[in-house]
Design a protein around this ligand. Structure first.
Ligand code: GLV
Ligand code: MN
Ligand code: MN
Length: 416
């Protein structure tokens, strides 16, 4: 195999241009992006991505959950491709980089290899995974989880959004229910570039995060049932106020995560009063919890803290507090050989770096269950993500894309 010098670099201006070009699909007034999975803006970006991949000479295949696979042939087509990519859906008030960077950097890698006339020994395949965010349909990373065998395709197709529309219906509505069985296309390895979404790299002035672990995640759906009654006539001691109980629940989640810290976080991200009215004491509230830690034991301990604390609140306030775990993602340990490959590429390119644990969930964490997988992080401004203000520099995005390219070249080899 031919060795490629580390002076082969991606085109930073072209990558920056595609990131900003696609940010117009779902652009918000505050400079962010609202591109909920399988909605009309997701269709726009998918159509753009498909065209760009085809123009780069890739064969685009779509699986039954809408994940997009763009294959670049290698010299030896008997080998499973090296996968690279991320996602193009966003949070309701998302930014321009979360997921987008990893997907468009993968396209930029292919364009650079094309321009340089480089054929890899092993094929490479860009992936745009459906519904990484988990905001419209739960759980997050559902398509890559199904790909990795954690759910059946039918199970995921039946999941519904808040309006009652299923994943299957949403796929049909934008014409992205593909024919390829989920999980049929095998990879030899998978590498995902992403912004860090946290503050560490920026604080330590490091360009690349070599990701060796991912936090475990537990998502819960909860419900508090009290009793609706008149806001003017019900004396305070007689109330069974679901919203007042929720207030205690929210503070308890915060207190418990802090007490089990520093490596634990807990969030109540959604709360909906069933029939809100100014002069009715709230009787029913649905809420969600997102609990994370790199340690499975800590997640278990928090689960048990939540159960005992909520039982006490429920008894004292004479309400019911029910909750069920709807998603449990154990902590991820990325493949040491691939993590080393990322670190070697980083060193060869001369970028400052550190090992890092991912606080966010990623499709690569699901892939890690079935193939060697790794991730590359670059800093984002003030560590802010899942926010329209999310930002990253052109230089750091290019450094991440170069690291991705050289990692992929080391894994796929160059045909001589
Ligand atoms: C995915 O965006 C997550 O919640 O970590
Ligand atoms: Mn993401
Ligand atoms: Mn995200």
């Amino acid at each position: 195999m031919t060795k490629i010098a580390s002076n082969l670099q991606i085109d930073s201006t072209r990558l920056w241009g595609t990131i900003h070009e696609t940010a117009k699909f779902g652009a918000t007034a505050k400079g962010g992006v609202r591109r909920l999975t399988l909605g009309p803006e997701d269709k726009q970006v998918r159509d753009w991505f498909r065209k760009a991949c085809e123009a780069a000479g890739l064969e685009v295949h779509i699986d039954a959950l809408g994940s997009m696979f763009a294959l670049r042939r290698g010299r030896d087509m008997s080998k499973p491709p090296v996968g690279l990519g991320s996602h193009l859906d966003t949070q309701p008030t998302g930014g321009k980089f979360d997921g987008v960077l990893g997907t468009l950097a993968a396209l930029e890698v292919v364009r650079t290899l094309n321009d340089a006339g480089i054929e890899t020994e092993i094929p490479i395949c860009i992936v745009n995974w459906t519904n990484e965010e988990g905001s419209r349909f739960a759980p997050a990373t559902m398509a890559s989880a199904a790909y990795a065998g954690e759910y059946s395709t039918d199970n995921i197709l039946a999941r519904k959004d808040a309006s009652g529309m299923s994943v299957g219906e949403a796929l049909d509505s934008i014409g992205y229910r593909g024919s390829e069985p989920v999980g049929q296309r095998k990879f030899g390895a998978f590498v995902e570039l992403h912004i860090e979404q946290g503050p560490l790299l920026e604080a330590e002035r490091k360009t690349i995060g070599v990701v060796d672990r991912g936090q475990g995640i537990a998502w819960y759906d909860g419900k508090i049932t009290g009793f609706e009654s008149h806001a003017g006539t019900t004396p305070m001691p007689l109330r069974r106020d679901a919203l007042a109980a929720l207030s205690e629940v929210v503070l308890a989640v915060e207190r418990i995560a802090r007490a089990r810290g520093p490596n634990a976080v807990g969030t109540v991200g959604e709360a909906v009063i069933a029939a809100p009215s100014r002069n009715v004491i709230p009787g029913e509230i649905a809420f969600t919890m997102d609990i994370r830690s790199p340690s499975s034991e800590t997640l278990e301990a928090i689960d048990s803290d939540l159960r005992s604390t909520f039982a006490e609140i429920a008894t004292r306030r004479r309400v019911e507090i029910g909750f069920e775990a709807i998603w449990r993602k154990p902590p991820t340990i990325f493949n040491p050989r691939l993590v080393d490959a990322v670190e070697s590429a980083t060193k060869a390119l001369g970028y400052s770096h550190r090992r890092i644990t991912s606080g966010a969930g990623h499709d690569a964490c699901n892939l890690a269950n079935i193939v060697p997988a790794a991730m590359i992080f670059v800093p984002c401004k003030d560590g802010v993500s899942h926010n329209e203000l999310e930002d990253a520099t052109q230089t750091d995005c290019a450094a991440g894309a170069n690291t991705l390219m050289h990692t992929v070249l080391a894994l796929a080899g160059v045909a001589s």
